[in-house]
Design a protein around this ligand. Structure first.
Ligand SMILES: [Zn+2]
Length: 498
């Protein structure tokens, strides 16, 4: 078969795959937002059927032969990247016996139910045997790959291609050395949480803030949609169809605002990918850490800065009664308030990476044999005591708080911290080329989006994180930018000095 016909066969199958994915994304969005609960069982059954069909196409002998053959051809850079990524995924899955695959899928479904109950009842002992089995099964599934690296190294690579355990070790060591002392300096100042943060803000007023933000962030209304859901998320359908959700909470209005800015960061990334990649795998194969870098850049580096709010704050004050007597400076201090906390998803920017460090060290221990599920809840609590200075009163606020392990997602957590660290590196590069603070103060968010489009977004998933960082910033991933950013920001905000 000529290379042209192989490529056209590849495109034909890829398009079919994209069609199934679009259908499944639409079903997922629908059931997480507006679909009536009573129809869930039927919906899930039909979605599982479609997912099965998709799996059959993706692993069909026809497609495997096509990818294997194309991977030995000389292709243009973009297609080569696409084929390489698909082949990498296939190589991980193709040698796993079907019964092992099915057993693992069943285990994660069961474990998720057990975890949810265990969390609500704060009972680690009932989840423990499942956690043990999940670790064993993960090791087993990975063992079918033709890859000699230790299991956890491979898992890390699954979630963030090209970033190694050694990279993470350097990163977390730096955090331990520099951020833990800084955090304790801030905490020692005993700054009380401002009371206005707890004021009730009617949902109608919050909706008006969302309107102000959407205009300010230059979010293109003709290719986006804002819905509501129990947990805020963003969903990508195509370059011109990206959706985000908000969760309005009257008693926690800043949470809705910053979650929205975060999700718009994700959606803007997807919305600014080169249109020519639409429907191709590289359209949205960017890494977890890279995606998170854009949402956190929006939410934290830009969104929690004084410059970001300076031009829109009077408008926000005019619609939110609770902010009428809160000055811009007080607002900025409040939304950057630092507190030792037990729950990752509620953590502030400074403590957040320490929550991840605890999980990373535990995962590493579980896979290199230095830790076991026995007594792991105590290990968790000890690490919180060590890094954050507090102990969970029960396991629901400790080891059982996250869903990830019950789904077999070991190696996922570190990408969250990595995302924040990447964003500091992007920010430093952007500041070299445009006056970010001035753009924000002048209500010119367009220039910020334009820089991100040109340097990061338009490439979609063509490049690995380190490749893209190197070509844009002149360096591979360098955690120093993140450390410097946190030190500079928090010593200025809370006057704690170096
Ligand atoms: Zn995110």
């Amino acid at each position: 078969m000529s290379i042209e016909s192989k490529l056209s066969q590849f495109r034909e199958i890829s398009e079919k795959i994209s069609a199934y994915k679009l259908a499944l994304t639409t079903l997922n969005w629908d059931s997480s937002t507006i679909a009536p609960k009573k129809g869930a069982a039927y919906r899930n059954k039909m979605a599982a059927l479609l997912a099965g069909e998709l799996f059959s196409i993706e692993t069909s002998p026809e497609f495997i032969v096509c990818i294997d053959e194309l991977s030995t051809e000389a292709l243009d850079e973009i297609t080569a990247s696409e084929i390489r990524q698909i082949k990498k995924g296939l190589d991980k899955a193709r040698y796993i016996p079907k019964e092992v695959y099915v057993e693992f899928a069943q285990l994660t479904r069961d474990a998720e139910n057990v975890w949810e109950k265990a969390r609500d009842e704060q009972d680690y002992e009932s989840f423990k045997p499942y956690l043990k089995k999940l670790i064993e099964m993960t090791k087993k599934v990975v063992s079918y790959r033709k890859d000699d690296r230790p299991v956890y190294d491979q898992l890390i690579d699954d979630f963030e291609t090209g970033i190694t355990l050694a990279d993470y070790d350097v990163f977390f060591e730096k955090l331990k050395k520099d951020i833990v002392p800084l955090l304790h300096k801030v905490i020692d100042k005993n700054i009380p949480q401002p009371t206005w943060l707890k004021r009730i803000v009617p949902i109608q007023q919050q909706r008006q803030v969302v309107e102000i933000l959407m205009e300010y962030l230059n979010y293109d209304k003709s290719s986006c949609y804002i819905g509501e859901s129990a947990h805020p998320f963003s969903s990508h359908f195509s370059v011109h169809d990206n959706r985000v959700t908000v969760r309005y909470q009257e008693e926690l209005f800043t949470s809705s605002i910053f979650a929205l800015i975060h999700e718009v960061g994700h959606a803007t990334y997807n919305g600014q990918v080169d249109e020519a990649y639409q429907g191709r795998m590289i359209e949205d194969s960017m890494s977890y850490g890279m995606h998170e870098s854009q949402s956190r850049l929006y939410e934290n580096m830009l969104g929690r800065s004084r410059e970001f709010w300076s031009s829109i704050y009077p408008k926000v004050q005019s619609v939110v009664d609770a902010l009428k007597d809160v000055s811009l400076d007080e607002f900025i201090l409040g939304v950057n308030h630092v507190e030792l906390s037990l729950v990752r998803i509620e953590a502030d920017e400074l403590t957040y990476p320490l929550h991840i460090m605890v999980r990373y060290e535990i995962e590493q221990g579980l896979f290199n044999g230095t830790l076991d599920v026995e007594g792991l809840d105590q290990v968790w609590s000890d690490k919180y005591q060590e890094y954050l200075g507090i102990r969970p009163p029960h396991n629901g606020l400790g080891i059982l708080q996250d869903i990830h392990w019950s789904g077999g997602a070991f190696g996922y957590f570190p990408t969250y911290a990595l995302g924040s660290a990447y964003s500091a590196q992007w920010m430093a590069a952007m500041r070299k080329e445009i006056d970010v603070d001035r753009c924000l103060e002048n209500n010119d968010f367009r220039s910020v989006n334009e820089w991100l489009r040109e340097n990061v977004h338009r490439h979609g998933g063509v490049y690995e994180p380190n490749q893209l960082l190197l070509s844009v910033t002149g360096e591979h991933f360098n955690p120093q930018y993140y450390i410097d950013y946190l030190k500079d920001k928090y010593s200025r905000l809370f006057d704690v000095g170096e």
